[in-house]
Structure formats: C-alpha cells, structure tokens
Design a protein around this ligand. Structure first.
Ligand code: IMP
Length: 506
C-alpha cells in the first residue's frame, strides 16, 4: 500500500523562530558562522573543509562562474562552478579561480607602443579604468615597455593620433616588482613611492600582474576569505552521473577543492555508481557531495553510498517547475527537518556527522536562519546570487528597471539534461523542468551578503546562539497560520514608500 505522510509538507514561510534567552554574551560580534562542508567524526577530528559563512552558490550557468567564485570565496562562502559546459571550459574556470592571486590583477587592457591616444580613450571608455600597461605587441604577458595613466595625457592639448610611445611613462622611469613579491611588500612599495599601481614582472621583464592600492585595501577588509593551504581561493565544481570518468580527473587536475553531483533527484543508482567510481579511483582524497533528496530514506541511501555532504530539495527552486511537470517534491522546510533528523540518527549510530545543504527556495534572508535552525549546515542559493554584479549574466533594462537574467538548468536555454538522469538517451528529453526569467538587479555581492548575514546573526542572538550548532540545538520553531503571516508584515497602514519596505523578498 502507498505510504501517506500524515503532515502536509511545509515551506519556510510557514515557520517562525520563538526567541530563547539572550544573555549579554549573545551579541552579533560574538557570533561565528563557520560551518562544516564535508563529513567528519565530530568530537574526534576537524572537517577537511569548512566554510566561513553558511552560503554556497548554485551549480548553474546563470550563477556560478569563476568571477562569482572569487567574489564569494572572498566573503567566506563557496561557489560550485556549473557543469553544463564542456569539461575543458569548466576545468579552465576552476583553474582561473585557483590561479587568482588576491590583490594581483591580470591586466585586461594592454597597449602596444604603436597604438594612438584615440585607442587609449576608446579602451578607457569601454573598460571604465584608465591605468593601462604598454607591452611588446600589446600582449597580455609581453615585455613591459611602459604605462599609461590619466596623468600621461591631456585631451585638450594633444592630437588623438599621437602614438602611445610618445606620451607613456617608459619602463626605465617606473618602479616594478619581481615575481615573488608578496602582497604586503607590494603595498609597502606602493605607499613608499606614492604609486597608484605597481606592475609585477618576471625575470625577463614580462608583465605578470598589476597591484592596485585600492585592491590591497579591499583584501585587508575581507578577513573571512576562504583559502586553501596555499592561500588560494577555494572552489567547488558540479559533476554529472554520465561523464564522471573524464570530468572528475580534469576538475581535480585543475585544482577543484570539492565536487558535487548536480542532479534534481539523487536517490538513484546513478549517484551511487558515481560515488563508487570516485572512491575507487581517489579514495577519500576527493570530496564529493550528492543529492538532492527530501526524506530520510534518500538521505540514508546517499550516506551509505559515501557522500561527503548531502543536498536537500526537490521542486522548491525559484525557476523550478519540477513539481508542476512531474508531481514530485516536498516542501523545503519539511524536507530539511526530516533529513536533519535522519542525519542526527546516523551520527548517533556511526559517530560520523554529514553536513546538510538546504538547496533552493530561499526567498527572504530569514529563510536562511530557519534552514540552519532546522538542521541544515549551509544553504545553496541561485536566485539570490544571480542578482549581483558578479553573476555571469548581463544587466538589462526592462521597462526602466535594471534586471539580471536567470534561467534554470532544466530549461531549454541551459539544456542540462544530465541533471535529470534516468538512464537512456537524453536526446529524447521532451519537457522542461525550469524557466528562463529576470531577477531584479541588486548591486554588489559584498554589500548584499553583509546585510543578509547581519540579519542571520541578529536572529541567532535572539535565539541565544552564537554558533550554528548552538542554534540547531536551542532553536524553538513554530508553525504559523496564514493569518499570522499577514500579521507579520506591515498591515492596516498605508505605506508611504513601498520601495523601502524591508520585508519584501530579497
Ligand atoms: P533558487 O535559489 O530558489 O533560485 O534555487 C536554486 C536551485 O534550484 C538550484 O540550486 C537547483 O537545485 C535548482 N534548479 C536549478 N535549475 C533548475 C531547473 O531548471 N529546474 C528545477 N530546479 C532547478
């Protein structure tokens, strides 16, 4: 006979946290959001990888490329580079994150001495910055010949056909630093000589990087950065249950710190086979998450199959139409609560703590706190990150408002059919599980994450918790009625300015 779950499956919106005792120790400055990413023997060892903040970005074309990965690692979170691209392209994105030296910028505008002032102006207008190194042939890593900054030319006095070689500051008059210069030394040189930028060159005099005064400042203001033992940003990557024998080695070679099987439904043999293959070839040295599941049975299956972390969620994503199309899924809150219980039982039995990720359906900042209180160790967000400057999509003007594009991996646009693997030939895929959409442009990742986490920390203090495990232990959650949802927003007043209304979705 079919199994009926007695309780309706609920979403985050149907819950609130009831405050606990807040002592004078429970203040936001004392809250740590560090959280494990991979499984470990709690009480006996530390997790191989932890996050500084409980946020990872979704394995999606419209969300997680190398640029997003660098921006999020800078804040202490992690991106999983999307797998719905060729193995070579995905590995190159991973390598770009690992090669990125914080504060060391690869110049995107190199001039050749034969170019003219007109070219300089055109580049300045397209790129928005005015410091441009001059190299042999204008090559990215060509021999450094000089530099042009806005101080080297005056449009009103000069002919735009004038050659770069005639007005650049030649390399003989510049201060340059050798390849092994640390960021701290570079900054000392910048201050001592009152420079705005410092080129770093190899022993042949070829340009490697520029260090800017402003970047050093921003590096200093990100103490939470998620770095590996070589002080490189950490990055994850999505894999599928089809080409893992080729994709996994390429991603590992490129330096991916952790992998995640990207699938809409993870309680399947295909996930087990993928995990088995990784264990056979890499033992436990390659960390890999699996999912998505929405109940205890699915959790146990992936735990036994060896997953390092497990993702929860089917059908709750903002661009997701899986529930409509196929009638599978579960309210995200109910799924998180049940899977977290199964995880805690597994821990009691085995001593192994498997971190859980609540994936999709975060609409308000406080949904993150709810997910953590319900037992998730971190959350995966797509729509949230798609809205920022750092996401891979263009900012477009739609009827006077700035928007960013955001599309599902199961949409005809992404064509990530491997995500929906049920064996057989994917060419026959005849229906979509995701939509193509716009989301309101929201500015920089740094500013938005700061506000979101300030709210999370504040609520944690209300609940008497200064860490995520403490929140999970102490949280008191209540189901709310539909009328109390109305009571929870501004009501029975006429708003003066709706755009400033703080409880609108993020
Ligand atoms: P969001 O944060 O609510 O936008 O949800 C993002 C999550 O939706 C992702 O991490 C995926 O788990 C899921 N997702 C991505 N693309 C699709 C799709 O096309 N259909 C269904 N779910 C999707």
């Amino acid at each position: 006979m079919a199994i009926y779950f007695e309780e309706p499956s609920r979403t985050f919106n149907e819950y609130l946290l009831v405050p606990g005792y807040t002592s004078n120790h429970h203040i936001p400055e004392n809250v740590t959001l560090a959280t494990p990413l991979t499984k470990y023997r709690r009480g006996e060892e530390q997790p191989a990888i932890s996050l500084q903040i409980p946020m990872i970005s979704a394995i999606m074309q419209a969300v997680s490329d190398d640029n997003m990965a660098i921006a999020l690692a800078r804040e202490g979170g992690m991106s999983f580079i999307y797998g719905s691209q060729t193995i070579e392209d995905q590995a190159a994105m991973v390598a770009r994150v690992k090669d990125y030296k914080a504060g060391f910028v690869t110049s995107d505008a190199n001039l050749s001495p034969e170019m003219t002032l007109k070219d300089v102006i055109a580049l300045r207008d397209t790129l928005g910055h005015s410091t441009m190194p001059v190299t042999e042939g204008g090559r990215a890593h060509g021999k450094l010949l000089g530099i042009v900054t806005s101080r080297d030319y005056r449009l009103s006095r000069m002919d735009t056909t004038e050659k770069v070689s005639s007005f650049m500051t030649p390399v003989e008059k510049m201060i340059v630093a050798p390849a092994d210069t640390t960021l701290k030394t570079a900054n000392d040189i910048i201050w001592e000589h009152k420079l705005n930028s410092l080129p770093v060159v190899d022993d042949q005099g070829c340009l490697l990087y520029l260090v800017f005064r402003k970047d050093y400042d921003s590096h200093k203001s990100n103490p939470q950065e998620l770095l590996d033992t070589h002080k490189r940003y950490m990055v994850g990557a999505g894999i599928n249950t089809r080409d893992y024998a080729q994709r996994v080695p390429a991603l590992v070679e490129a330096g991916a710190d952790v992998l995640c099987i990207d699938s809409s439904e993870g309680y399947s043999d295909w996930q087990k086979f993928t995990l088995q293959w990784i264990r056979e070839h890499y033992g436990n040295t390659v960390k890999v998450g699996a999912g998505n599941v929405v109940d205890a049975e699915g959790f146990r299956f992936l735990a036994d199959a060896g997953a390092d972390f497990i993702k929860i969620g089917i059908g709750g994503g903002s661009i997701c139409i899986t529930r409509e199309q196929k009638g599978i899924g579960r309210g995200q809150a109910t799924a998180t609560i049940e899977v977290a219980r199964a995880r805690d039982e597994y821990f009691k039995e085995t001593g192994v703590y498997i971190p859980l990720c609540s994936d999709g359906g975060i609409v308000y900042d406080h949904h993150i706190t709810l997910a953590l209180a319900m037992g998730a160790d971190f959350v995966m967000l797509g729509r949230y990150f798609a809205r920022f400057d750092e996401s891979p999509t263009n900012r477009v003007n739609v009827n006077g408002s700035y928007m960013k594009e955001y599309w599902g991996e199961g949409s005809a646009r992404a064509r990530n059919w491997q995500r929906y693997d049920l064996g057989g030939d994917k060419k026959g895929m005849t229906f979509e599980e995701g939509v193509d959409s716009y989301v309101p442009y929201a500015g920089s990742l740094h500013d938005n994450v700061a506000v979101t986490l300030a709210k999370v920390k504040s609520t944690m203090c209300n609940c008497g918790a200064v860490s995520i495990p403490e929140l999970q232990e102490k949280a008191k959650l209540t189901v709310i009625s539909s009328t109390s949802i109305i009571e929870g927003g501004a009501h029975d007043v006429v708003l003066k300015d709706k755009s400033n209304y703080g409880s609108s979705s993020i």
